[in-house]
Design a protein around this ligand. Structure first.
Ligand code: BES
Ligand code: ZN
Ligand code: ZN
Length: 523
C-alpha cells in the first residue's frame, strides 16, 4: 500500500472513498463537518438527525455520494464513530484508522482518504496523529491467511492518503513515514508469530533476524550450541535437549550514530521468549489446542520486529535485543522432571515440570544481556496460562524489580492504547520456588502461577532495572475485531517502541541541558 499525505481540502482528494471520524452527538455544524455536510448535499446531518448514526465508538455509516455531486472527488463516504469527545484519547486513533481501512477494504475500495481532524483529545502534534493513523491502517490490513488457496482475502487497498487540511505537510510526511515503518514491522512480527512450527524453527527465526540485521544495518550475532555451552547456559540448553532442531541465541544491537551527550545512559535491552514450538516436553501438554503453541515465540518475534523498526527510526539511545530460540520437545534425550541444571549465573535449578520452559531460557538470555552491558531489561514472554485466568485477553501482566521502569511501560502503553496491569512480586513468593535439592525449582505450585514464574526470572535479573511482560493472554486473538484480523495481535510492540522514543527524547533533553550547563560554566 502506497501512503501519501495531503494538506489540501479533503473534498479534493483523488480517492474512491473518504473516511471521517465523528464524535458522539456531534452536530454537523462544526467547521469541517459542516463543510463536508454541505458539499455532500446534507447527507451527514440527515444521518445524524435520523439517528441512523450517533457517533458511538466503533459505529460506522457508509454512504454513496450522488454521482451528480461535483463537489467531492470521492463517491463514497464512511463515517466512523469516535465516542465522547471529552473522553477521546490519542490511543484511539490507530484503532479508528483501522476500522476505516478494514471496513472500506470490505467494500472493495482501493483508494482511501483518511481525514485527520483537529482538536481530538490531548493536543497531539499532527506528526504523531499521522503516525498513529498510518500504523493503525497497516495493522488493520494484515491477514493471517497466507497458506489459504481458497477464500483468501484478495482485496487490497492500493493507496492511502492521510489528509489534515491546512496543516504542516512536512510534519505529516514524517509521521506517515514513521507509521509505515512501525505498521510494517508490527506485521512482520505477526507474520513470524503466525508461522507453523515446521516453518519457524530456531534456525529459521535466526535467519529472519539476520536478514533484518543485514537489511537495516544492525549488529548481529547468533550463538550456537557450542557457544552456549561455553557460556555455561545449562538452563537454556536443558530445554533444547529433546529437540532435533538446534537452539539459537539471537543477538541484535542498534547503536545511534551520535551518542546522546557525554553522560553514560546505560543500555536498554529487550529479551523475548522464542520457543518456536512448545509441546511441554516430557511433561507433555494435552493434544487439544496444542497447535496454538506455535506462537510461543511471540515475545522473540516482537523483539526482532522492534529491532527492525528501531534500525529505521534511529532513536538517540542504543538498544539491545536478545532472543533465546528453541523448541520444547519430548524425546529419549529430553530433560526429565527432577533433573537439575546449572544456569549461566551459577544457580542450580531443579526442573520439576518441563512445560515451564520459558523461564528456563529467559534465565540465561537475561544473564547474557547483562554480560553484554544491559542496565535496563524488559523481557516479554507467552509465559503462563495463569495470566489468562487473572487478566483475560485485555491486560498484559507486568511485574518487575524497578517501579520506575514499570511505570514507564504502563504510561507508554496508555499513549498507544495498550493496557498493562501490574501484579505484585513480593519476596514471599520466592519461597514457592525453593527446591529441596537445588537452589530453586522451575515451578511454584498452583497458587499465583504468573507471579511465581516472574519470581523465578527475578533470580537472574539482579543488578539491573528489570520488568517482565507476560503476554500469554494477549498475544493471540481468537476473534476478529473491526480494526484487526484474528490471530497474532502484535501486543506490546508499539508500547515498547514508544518507550524507546520517550527515553531517547529525554536523553536528548538531558544532554542539551548538560551542554547548556557546560556552556554556562565556560562563560
Ligand atoms: N507456553 C506456555 C504458556 C502459554 C499458555 C502460552 C497458553 C500461551 C497460551 C508455557 O510454557 C507453559 O506451558 N506454562 C505452564 C506453566 C506451568 C507448567 C507451571 C502453564 O501455564 O500451564
Ligand atoms: Zn510450556
Ligand atoms: Zn511455553
Amino acid at each position: 500500500m502506497e501512503v501519501q499525505t495531503s494538506v489540501s481540502r479533503a473534498t479534493e482528494a483523488d480517492v474512491q472513498a473518504l473516511a471521517v471520524a465523528v464524535f458522539k452527538d456531534e452536530k454537523a455544524d462544526g467547521d469541517f463537518l459542516s463543510q463536508l455536510n454541505e458539499v455532500t448535499g446534507g447527507i451527514i446531518r440527515s444521518l445524524i438527525e435520523a439517528e441512523e448514526f450517533k457517533g458511538k465508538e466503533g459505529e460506522t455509516a457508509y454512504v454513496h455520494l450522488p454521482e451528480a455531486n461535483g463537489s467531492t472527488k470521492a463517491k463514497r463516504l464512511l463515517l466512523i464513530g469516535a465516542g465522547e469527545k471529552k473522553d477521546f484519547k490519542f490511543g484511539q486513533i490507530a484503532q479508528l484508522a483501522g476500522v476505516a481501512m478494514r471496513t472500506l477494504r470490505g467494500k472493495n475500495i482501493k483508494t482511501i482518504g483518511l481525514v485527520l481532524r483537529g482538536g481530538e483529545g490531548e493536543a497531539a502534534s499532527v506528526e504523531r496523529v499521522a503516525a498513529a493513523a498510518v500504523e493503525g491502517a497497516f495493522i488493520s490490513l494484515f491477514e493471517p491467511d497466507k497458506y489459504r488457496t481458497v477464500d483468501k482475502e484478495e482485496r487490497q487497498v492500493e493507496r492511502l492518503i492521510v489528509i489534515a487540511e491546512e496543516n504542516d505537510e512536512a510534519a505529516m510526511r514524517r509521521g506517515a513515514e514513521r507509521g509505515r515503518i512501525v505498521g510494517e514491522s508490527v506485521n512482520f512480527t505477526r507474520d513470524l508469530a503466525n508461522e507453523p512450527g515446521a516453518n519457524m524453527t530456531p534456525t529459521i527465526l535466526a535467519e529472519r533476524a539476520q536478514m533484518v540485521a543485514e537489511e537495516f544495518n544492525l549488529e548481529f550475532d547468533v550463538l550456537d550450541h557450542a557457544r552456549m555451552e561455553q557460556e555455561g547456559m545449562g538452563s537454556l540448553l536443558s530445554v533444547a535437549r529433546g529437540s532435533e532442531e538446534p537452539a539459537k541465541l539471537i543477538v541484535m544491537k542498534y547503536t545511534p550514530q551520535s551518542a546522546g551527550g557525554s553522560k553514560e545512559n546505560g543500555l536498554l535491552a529487550f529479551v523475548g521468549k522464542g520457543v518456536t514450538f512448545d509441546t511441554g516436553g516430557i511433561s507433555l501438554k494435552p493434544g487439544e489446542g496444542m497447535e496454538q503453541m506455535k506462537y510461543d515465540m511471540t515475545g522473540g518475534a516482537t523483539v526482532v520486529g522492534m529491532m527492525r523498526a528501531i534500525a529505521q527510526l534511529k532513536p538517540a539511545i542504543p538498544v539491545l535485543g536478545v532472543v533465546p530460540a528453541t523448541e520444547n520437545m519430548p524425546s529419549g534425550k529430553a530433560t526429565k522432571p527432577g533433573d537439575v541444571v546449572r544456569a549461566m549465573n551459577g544457580k542450580t535449578i531443579e526442573v520439576i515440570n518441563t512445560d515451564a520452559e520459558g523461564r528456563l531460557i529467559l534465565a540465561d538470555a537475561i544473564t547474557y544481556a547483562k554480560k553484554l552491558g544491559a542496565t535496563r531489561i524488559i523481557d516479554m514472554a507467552t509465559l503462563t496460562g495463569a495470566v489468562s485466568i487473572a487478566l483475560g485477553d485485555v491486560n498484559v501482566a507486568i511485574l518487575g524489580t524497578d517501579q520506575e521502569l514499570i511505570n514507564e511501560v504502563i504510561e507508554a502503553g496508555k499513549e498507544v492504547g495498550e493496557k498493562f496491569w501490574q501484579l505484585p512480586l513480593d519476596a514471599e513468593y520466592t519461597k514457592q520456588i525453593k527446591s529441596d535439592i537445588a537452589d530453586i525449582k522451575n515451578i511454584g505450585g498452583r497458587k499465583a502461577g504468573t507471579i511465581t514464574a516472574a519470581a523465578f526470572i527475578k533470580e537472574f535479573a539482579d543488578g539491573v532495572a528489570w520488568a517482565h511482560l507476560d503476554i500469554a493472554g494477549t498475544a493471540w486473538s481468537d476473534e476478529a475485531k473491526p480494526y484487526r484480523a484474528k490471530g497474532p495481535t502484535g501486543i506490546a510492540f508499539r508500547t515498547l517502541l514508544n518507550l524507546v522514543d520517550r527515553a531517547a527524547s529525554s536523553t536528548r533533553k538531558e544532554s542539551s541541558q548538560d551542554n547548556g550547563a557546560a556552556r554556562a560554566k565556560d562563560k
